[in-house]
Design a protein around this ligand. Sequence first.
Ligand SMILES: [Zn+2]
Ligand SMILES: [Zn+2]
Length: 271
Amino acid sequence: MTKGLQIINAYIEEYPLYHEFIKILKDVFILRQESASKHKENIFPLDEKTAEQKLSAGNSLVNMNQDAFSPFLPQQYFLELLTMRNPGSAEDIKRKLLAGELDYEELIRKSFTIPKAACIAVEEDDEAFDLLDFLLKESMHPFFALLTQEYKALIAGSKWSKGRCPVCGQEASLSFLKTEEEGKRYLFCAQCALEWAVNRIQCPFCDNEKQQKLGFFTIGNDEKYRVYICHQCKKYIKTIDTRKVPGQMDLEVENLITLHLDILARKEGYF
Ligand SMILES: [Zn+2]
Ligand SMILES: [Zn+2]
């Protein structure tokens, strides 16, 4: 699934309601590519052996609560992102970061400890999307994506089948079904650009396999999207049936244009 700007433009036409979000993502993709070509260094002190040990112990390659990393390059990219999009308090944040009054590392660690989609407000009058938090997480994207590239084969070999991402440890952003392998479902982490396979009829968060405790809902006649829910752990995962997608798709864009599903699932008491 390539990330051509053509695909993004097609989304903008198809989803006018999400026009603004998709345009933000388009700008981010352009800046991300520039950043990725400049910053090719691994900011995490990780080697093959440690990576293997972490995965076999069921731990993600990076634990943002405690693992060391070098914040210099992501902070630089964050400043570029703020300049590009200028969310409300951007100037103030930039000034404070440069003056050392704000600590980037502290901000980013805090952002990662907030559970999935916490920036999506459930109350209707709240902002549905936290641009600042989105840009903050984006500032780590190129560096997690480098880990994904480096350890993709190791992860595949480890048969990781949890709902958490094996690279960054955050819960999967969404899942998707493919035609070919009926028994499998694929999870996707937007933070790390990683896809991994899990059992289709099992909750990836608590391993529940009891059919009566699993379910899904759809919205109206839209067959492309489902929200799978688990009555045991109360978690949900947005799911795309790629068999219902005629053209090319981009999972990061899909994650953003399905914010209404996150809001709905949260209103129903799932998280
Ligand atoms: Zn991840
Ligand atoms: Zn569950």
